[in-house]
Design a protein around this ligand. Structure first.
Ligand code: HEC
Length: 201
């Protein structure tokens, strides 16, 4: 069969596209750059629940992140997003981003209605709204890739698992859901706690 120059070009083009994509696959996600913007974050419940928190992957490899979380891995894949509450997140950046944080970038987010804005982000220096440094609390869980949960040796937070569920279920970016009574109660306790913690002057 005689191949017309056009068909030949098309065939070559297809082959080089295939070649390129397979070499990109071979390189794996660890070398891909992770770009994080306000739009990287949305309704927390659109992520995948693992035990008490939610995970996703900005490079599309959600299954690998879920697997790492389920196995309490010592090394999450690049692009992983982990959130316990809508206003805080950890994102696994490319290798070499920050050896001190195991290449995690910490984020404090502002959520207003359907909008998310990155308020503070970075590695070792990020503090939350209560003045707590993310890394100093999370570092004791180094062998679990800085994921604290309740049993990985981190300094505890005053948010109970039921409170966390209630906060996740009232994320204003998500479709509303009815809260079971214990979560309504947990939100009241949380409000009382935050009221008490607010500066007096
Ligand atoms: C006072 C210590 C403390 C500080 C400060 C702190 N965390 Fe945490 N964080 C924890 C603990 C403990 C948990 C686990 C809570 C649980 O599962 O009940 C947690 C959970 C998380 C989780 C869910 C995954 C996990 O590790 O269990 C993320 C994501 C997270 N924190 C991000 C942050 C970010 C981002 C900051 C800073 C803006 C921050 N944290 C500041 C102690 C802290």
């Amino acid at each position: 069969m005689k191949l017309s120059p056009f068909r030949l070009l098309a065939a070559l083009g297809a082959a080089s596209v295939l070649g390129l994509s397979s070499s990109a696959q071979d390189a794996g996600n660890s070398t891909r750059k992770v770009t994080v913007t306000d739009a990287s974050f949305d309704c927390i419940r659109d992520l995948k629940p693992v035990r008490g928190y939610y995970v996703g992957n900005l490079l599309g490899d959600v299954d690998a992140t879920v697997k790492a979380a389920e196995a309490s891995s010592s090394s999450y894949p690049v692009g992983s997003v982990v959130q316990l509450v809508p206003t805080e997140a950890m994102v696994k950046r490319e290798a070499g981003y920050s050896p001190e944080t195991n290449d995690w970038e910490f984020f404090e987010l502002t959520v207003t209605g359907k909008t998310t804005t990155i308020h503070v982000h970075g590695s070792t220096e990020v503090v939350n709204r209560f003045g707590g440094n993310c890394l100093s609390c999370h570092a004791p869980a180094k062998k679990f890739d800085m994921i604290c949960e309740q049993t990985h040796g981190c300094s505890p937070i005053p948010i109970t698992p039921v409170m966390a569920k209630a906060i996740q279920n009232t994320d204003s970016r998500c479709e509303p859901v009815a809260l079971p009574p214990e979560q309504v109660e947990a939100l009241k306790q949380l409000q009382a706690m935050l009221g008490a913690a607010a500066p007096k002057q």
